[in-house]
Design a protein around this ligand. Structure first.
Ligand code: URA
Length: 213
């Protein structure tokens, strides 16, 4: 049977599906609320849905999402065991950067998700999620891989900024750094390291299949 918090998250998703807090409501196909386990210990926060996410209503299903799945696999986790969401729940037209007023309008949805899920660790993917959740202007290049404790949704949460997988798709060096940062996640969750090291060959092979390198 689903726990009360799980049901609350599902009910909240139904409310957010009709959100009109900003003008993205006029251009989206649908709200991309988030996906995964409502009781996840680990949450990922990306930037905003792209073309495929907007069509399917699921976060990280395009090329960056496939790389995220590979990286998760490399540390012995699956998408079903974590919660995946974005700063913005609706796609900005043409995948442009989120506007400050869109972030401000959308952030209560993210805070509520964090309150309901109560993750122990939140990995912020890229600049937008990192700046919003840390409340600091420092960019991802400076702070990636540095965990820090904050209080969010009334709970102590560990924030762990890492590069956005979309950036790593096009830059082999960034993929390596992302994998190194990913490799610390089991330890940050208090688990023993993944049995396999992050599968660099698989990730690079995957990027090559997409003709990215
Ligand atoms: N990039 C993001 O930040 N989020 C998605 O859901 C997909 C791509």
């Amino acid at each position: 049977m689903a726990a009360a918090a799980d049901l609350s998250l599902i009910a909240y998703g139904d409310v957010v599906a009709g959100c009109e807090r900003c003008s993205l409501a006029q251009t989206r196909t649908q709200v991309v609320f988030g996906a995964g386990s409502p009781s996840a210990e680990l949450m990922f926060v990306g930037e905003a849905p792209g073309f495929h996410e907007d069509k399917q209503g699921v976060p990280f299903v395009g090329a960056a999402g496939k790389l995220l799945g590979k990286l998760l696999e490399g540390i012995g986790l699956s998408r079903d065991e974590v919660w995946i969401a974005n700063v913005l729940k609706c796609r900005p037209p043409g995948n442009r950067n989120p506007l400050p007023e869109e972030i401000e309008a959308c952030e209560p949805h993210l805070w509520r998700q964090i309150e309901l899920i109560q993750p122990r660790l939140i990995a912020t993917l890229g600049n937008f999620a990192t700046k919003l959740l840390t409340g600091k202007p420092d960019g991802i290049t400076q702070v990636h891989g540095r965990d820090q404790e904050v209080v969010l949704g009334g709970n102590v949460v560990m924030l762990y900024p890492i590069f956005h997988p979309a950036a790593a798709l096009y830059t082999p060096r960034m993929l390596q750094v992302l994998e190194e940062d990913f490799a610390r996640i089991p330890q940050l969750l208090g688990r023993s390291p993944a049995e396999r090291e992050p599968d660099r060959e698989a990730a690079v092979g995957f990027a090559e299949q997409l003709n990215l390198f």
